[in-house]
Write a protein that binds this ligand. Sequence first.
Ligand code: HEC
Length: 113
Amino acid sequence: MSRKVKPSVSAAILLLPCLIFPSIAFPADPVAGRKLAGQCKTCHGLDGIAKIPIAPNLAGESQIYIRNQLKAFRSGKREHEMMTVVARDLTDQQIADVAAWYESIEVTAKLPE
Ligand code: HEC
């Protein structure tokens, strides 16, 4: 006699990785993200090195952090006159893509003497 797993249990097991790794639910595409970064480059640079003093560098920044901040700007949880406007119309997919692009940029750090 085979033991049957309850459907709800199997569904939970299947969904679990998507909850732990949201990138599985939204596979991020850094190439698409690079295109979207055209909208960010006047302030953050296409290479993630900021072009204006009040904008942070995004190069090499963790994609989890970038995603969380963009979603916070989009929902209004975090506010900024520029970023609130930028993030307002971004989809989850665009956020994942652009975050993957900026994370993929390799940065090196040099300590001062
Ligand atoms: C008009 C200038 C401008 C544009 C365009 C712009 N940003 Fe920003 N961004 C800023 C500024 C200024 C801040 C700092 C906000 C603050 O001080 O809270 C910021 C903050 C951020 C942060 C938070 C970083 C951190 O360290 O907390 C992220 C992530 C970000 N921007 C991503 C993007 C992305 C992705 C785009 C393009 C889709 C974009 N921004 C377009 C000006 C801009």
